[in-house]
Design a protein around this ligand. Structure first.
Ligand SMILES: Cc1cc2nc3c(=O)[nH]c(=O)nc-3n(C[C@H](O)[C@H](O)[C@H](O)COP(=O)(O)O)c2cc1C
Length: 148
């Protein structure tokens, strides 16, 4: 029995960029609706990029329009990923209520203090609340540049 206070993550299915996007997306949305009825709280929208036919429209926030549609049509808190790694873009898609949560991969590999950096770029002076307290303390006191 999974403890109710902890989040449980389940992989629902796969949508491929394979020329049948409309069909597979509609199926995925229907699946999300059913899981919502069964108690699903949030869905993270991602795509399989693994078919030969796919033509991935690489660009900023490329999956956000799909996630936005899932969010709207399944009426459930939604996150997505891929190329949303600038503070401006991440802030925009949240402010525009396209999605509810931005998931980041490579930005965190590049900069583990990404939330702090992004908050500062967006004009927040004391951004240390974005980090666990001890991290914030050391970053505030010694900074990133002073590590080298
Ligand atoms: C080193 C690395 C390992 C990853 N491993 C997985 C994985 O095991 N499963 C998965 O679904 N996505 C994996 N991803 C994809 C990320 O979760 C994320 O969707 C992707 O990097 C796009 O987001 P980004 O543009 O912020 O990097 C991986 C990405 C990287 C860079």
């Amino acid at each position: 029995m999974w403890p109710e206070e902890y989040p449980l993550s389940v992989r629902l299915g796969v949508v491929e960029f394979d020329g049948r996007d409309e069909e597979t997306l509609a199926e995925a949305i229907e699946l999300v609706r059913r899981f919502k009825v069964a108690g699903l709280d949030m869905v993270d929208v991602s795509f399989g990029f693994s078919t030969y036919e796919n033509q991935i429209p690489w660009g900023p926030a490329l999956l956000v329009p799909f996630a936005e549609r899932v969010r709207r049509e399944a009426d459930i808190p939604t996150s997505t990923t891929w190329n949303i790694g600038t503070s401006k873009l991440a802030d925009d898609v949240i402010r525009q209520e396209s999605i509810d949560v931005v998931m980041l991969g490579r930005s965190f590999l590049q900069n583990p203090h990404w939330p702090d950096t992004a908050a500062r770029e967006l004009g927040r002076d004391a951004a240390n609340w974005t980090l666990p307290a001890p991290y914030g303390y050391w970053l505030e006191r010694y900074g990133v540049a002073k590590l080298t």
